[in-house]
Design a protein around this ligand. Structure first.
Ligand code: PEP
Length: 247
């Protein structure tokens, strides 16, 4: 079965109530694109209102705690995300791995908690510039993603996002050969670790400075099943062309 493309936005620490009109516009545009999946992952403070501003459109969180409840000041559980209206969540974004020291095992535990609560999950992976320049990108990212996967993965609930750290928010996009090679490698590693069926059904998104101008070229590469989009997801004018390029 062909994998449907997923175009997911990551608002990071951007957005207040006054920005929700962008999500309404994105959601309305997505209604005409029945062949692709779309989502916007907003700050936790906006999940409920974004869901109300765009009924039927998938709203997600950007992180989740692995535990269901407890003394974890500032953290949010999977059940809380669901309660607020989220249907998906990003885990293991490189900004969290770097700034908060999240390990592969912690990312896997977060993904497990999210799946257990019924959320879809986007698990991020990607190499630093040093690793790429040392020629170790394939091996490093392959190991990273396999170690970041939870034990039980219900069918169709988990996507992988390959985001080279040096391409996030920098305007630098990985070249087509680099993207194709990494995505094919990751699918191979998923197959070795979890079997061919899982590898074939799992979407592998690309992330890193995707914009309307480059989306068409990236999204039609082999093994690229969509995009995780940061900066260009903040406005409908920038995000809609990316969705259109996937359709
Ligand atoms: C991201 O944050 O996941 C991302 C890919 O950001 P940007 O599109 O801004 O590079």
């Amino acid at each position: 079965m062909a994998r449907r493309k997923l175009i997911a936005g990551n608002w990071k620490m951007h957005g207040i109530a006054g920005d929700l009109g962008e999500i309404t516009r994105i959601s309305m545009a997505s209604e005409t694109l029945s062949d692709i999946d779309t989502a916007i992952c907003v700050p936790a403070t906006l999940i409920e209102r974004a869901s109300e501003a765009a009924p039927g459109f998938v709203i997600g969180g950007q992180d989740v705690h692995a535990e269901p409840r407890g003394a974890f000041t500032g953290s949010i559980s999977a059940a809380m995300l669901v309660d607020a209206g989220a249907e998906t969540v990003i885990v293991g974004h490189s900004e969290r791995r770097e700034a908060f020291g999240e390990t592969d095992a912690q990312v896997a535990a977060k993904a497990a908690a999210a799946l257990a609560a019924g959320l879809d999950v986007i698990v991020c992976c990607g190499e630093s510039l040093d690793v790429r320049e040392a020629g170790n990108a394939l091996e490093t990212v392959g190991k990273q993603i396999v170690a970041s996967l939870p034990g039980e993965i219900p069918e169709g609930k988990l996507s992988v996002a390959y985001e080279p750290i040096w391409a996030i928010g920098t305007g630098k996009v990985a070249g087509p050969d680099e993207i194709r090679e990494m995505h094919a490698h990751l699918r191979g590693e998923l197959g070795k670790a979890r079997g061919e069926t899982f590898a074939n059904e799992t979407k592998i998104l690309y992330g890193g400075s995707v914009k309307g101008e480059n989306a068409g070229d990236i999204l039609h590469l082999d093994h690229v099943d969509g995009a995780l989009v940061g900066g260009a997801s903040l406005t409908a004018d920038q995000f809609i062309p990316i969705m259109n390029a996937a359709a």
